[in-house]
Design a binder for this molecule. Structure first.
Ligand code: SAH
Length: 455
């Protein structure tokens, strides 16, 4: 195997690009080297760490010419922690990079020439996360809590995270110190011993309500009462303490059984004047400030006059559905998680909507059936998980030809792929608006508007 560089070589390289996981990319005779911590437009001396057949990895020895957008990362855990990838890039630089990345993906994967608008960013891109899932474990030095290193299950022991709310900091920094006192052992993945696996913190931005979820290996644990007291002391504004039981040997965070230990079963939050009840396991966007921007964009693209019937596919707890219901004749939401549909129905009631209908099931099965039953839609909104829409759903859209499709996506690659399929089926992508839901990370959310091409 001949590669242009080999392990332990030193090279001076120019960084051309940034990968989706935040590594700088340099090319040596066309051979890509991925370099952690390097930014586009920089000239860097690197030390080659590893070479594979088609690409290699290197680390920065010295930055010879720095990017005009480089800043000092404010967080002391930046680098080891896998949570953020872009703290060394100015926020303006992050937004520019995201815009270009979406534009390139649309062209390269979707073969779509569509206006991609500048990313809608945040005024203050910190402390935005309203939900943190904090793994706990035990090492030789005692209990640890923080976030995982990138692509690993090794915890970076942390006291603070600059993108989460202060209540989550409080649990992260202090709970581990208290655990030994009350005799509650953190869980050890390797040995399957111990009790406390994760602590999940959720906060309603507008209401200030806080839920703390303890994910434990067994249902019974003798320190329950003390744990409640400790949490109340560490987070005085807590309104709900919940236990979730996960006894499996698995990477999945939540188990099936959820028990309220103290306070309410759920917390409430408000987005754009619509109220939502959120229970421990339901999906709720993690950046409430930008969620409002995102949903307003989706509503804008839906161009509702009040006469339309709308389908909201992958509706979660009905957030987008209820936003749309304010301006539509009726909205039908479908979602695979039953508990989320229960929440959606309750949320519709809570807000006094009478023009919504929710059903649990796979969108790719429920929507074709709705059409067969004569339930048609003028506008269809989809907001699938990272893997994108099921092909059966895309085919149904192409057959049924709603006037407009509004596609909300957290993964530009699958968005581009699906837009291509819909374009081939008689739609035109009018515009893509990226929204920065995840500052300091490489993730970006997009809303795309597609219109039916009249034949
Ligand atoms: N629109 C909601 C949720 C978007 S997240 C919001 O903005 O809050 C994507 C949702 O799709 C999740 O709630 C997930 O449970 C759901 N989902 C995943 N696969 C699905 C499928 N095949 N059919 C319907 N819903 C699905």
């Amino acid at each position: 195997m001949v590669t242009p560089v080999k392990k332990n070589d030193r090279k001076t390289v120019y960084i051309e690009d940034l990968t989706h996981d935040g590594n700088g990319v340099a090319k040596i005779d066309g051979y890509p080297l991925f370099i952690r911590g390097a930014l586009p437009q920089e000239t860097v001396e690197v030390h080659v760490l590893k070479t594979l057949k088609n690409y290699g990895f290197a680390k920065v020895v010295e930055i010879l010419e720095s990017s005009p957008d480089r800043v000092k990362a404010p967080c002391i855990y930046f680098g080891p922690c896998g949570g953020c990838q872009l703290q060394h890039l100015s926020y303006e630089g992050q937004l520019k990079w995201k815009e270009n990345m979406v534009r390139n993906v649309m062209k390269r994967i979707g073969k779509i020439d569509v206006p991609v608008l500048p990313v809608k960013g945040m005024k203050d891109p910190w402390n935005y996360r309203n939900k943190s899932q904090i793994p706990f474990s035990i090492t030789e030095t005692g209990p640890v809590a923080g976030f995982y290193k990138m692509k690993s299950h090794e915890i970076v022991d942390m006291e603070r995270c600059l993108i989460q709310v202060s209540e989550a900091d409080s649990m992260m920094a202090n709970l581990k110190k208290e655990l030994t006192d009350i005799g509650l052992q953190p869980y050890n993945e390797a040995t399957h011993q111990g009790m406390l696996r994760h602590v999940v913190v959720r906060k309603g931005r507008v209401t200030g309500e806080v839920m703390i979820v303890l994910i434990t290996k067994s249902r019974k644990f003798p320190q329950k009462e003390q744990a409640i007291e400790v949490i109340q002391r560490l987070v005085p504004n807590v309104t709900s303490i919940v236990q979730n039981v996960n006894s499996e040997k698995t990477n999945v965070i939540f188990g099936n059984e959820t028990i309220t230990l103290w306070g309410k079963d759920s917390i409430e939050d408000t987005i754009g004047g619509v109220r939502f009840e959120i229970s421990a396991r339901s999906f709720y966007q993690v950046n409430p400030v930008q969620t409002e921007v995102l949903y307003k964009q989706a509503l804008d693209y839906a161009q509702l006059t009040g006469d339309e019937t709308v389908i909201d596919a992958y509706c979660g707890i009905g957030t987008i559905s209820l936003f749309l219901a304010q301006n539509a004749k009726s909205v039908m939401g479908v979602e695979i998680v039953e508990q989320a549909i229960e929440d959606a129905k309750r949320n519709a009631e809570l807000n006094g909507f009478t023009n919504t209908y929710f059903e649990a099931g796979p969108a790719e099965e429920v929507i074709p059936r709705w059409y067969k039953e004569g339930k048609e839609a003028d506008v269809l909104v989809v907001d699938p998980p990272r893997k994108g829409c099921d092909e059966a759903l895309l085919n149904t859209i192409i057959e049924q030809r709603p006037k407009r499709v509004v596609y909300v996506s957290c993964n530009p690659a699958t968005l581009a792929r699906d837009l291509r399929i819909l374009e081939d089926g008689g739609y035109k992508t009018m515009e893509v608006q990226p929204v920065d839901m995840f500052p300091q990370t490489t993730h970006v959310e997009c809303v795309a508007l597609m219109s039916r091409v009249e034949k």
